[in-house]
Design a protein around this ligand. Structure first.
Ligand SMILES: [Zn+2]
Length: 79
């Protein structure tokens, strides 16, 4: 996926079930919208909420990049 595009998950504002995932240019990204969306679960129109897809996965990947803390404790200065 090009770096200038981002995946957005459209969700029902009431039950948070995922409706669809869309890919948009970052420049056109809108996380806040007044749109109503048809929710299969609620069987009615609900306010749409959006979130960035894979946000949690990317956070986990970043955390895994941190070096593991040494099990031997802080380095000891030997004089
Ligand atoms: Zn719903």
């Amino acid at each position: 996926m090009p770096i200038d595009e981002v995946s957005i998950v459209r969700m029902c504002g009431a039950c948070r079930s995922e409706i669809e995932t869309i890919t948009v240019k970052k420049d056109n990204m809108r996380l806040f919208t007044d749109d109503a969306v048809w929710c299969e679960g609620c069987q009615c129109d609900q306010p749409e909420v959006r979130d960035i897809a894979g946000r949690h996965a990317s956070i986990q990947a970043e955390q895994q990049n941190y070096p593991e803390s040494p099990t031997s404790g802080p380095p000891q200065l030997v004089r």
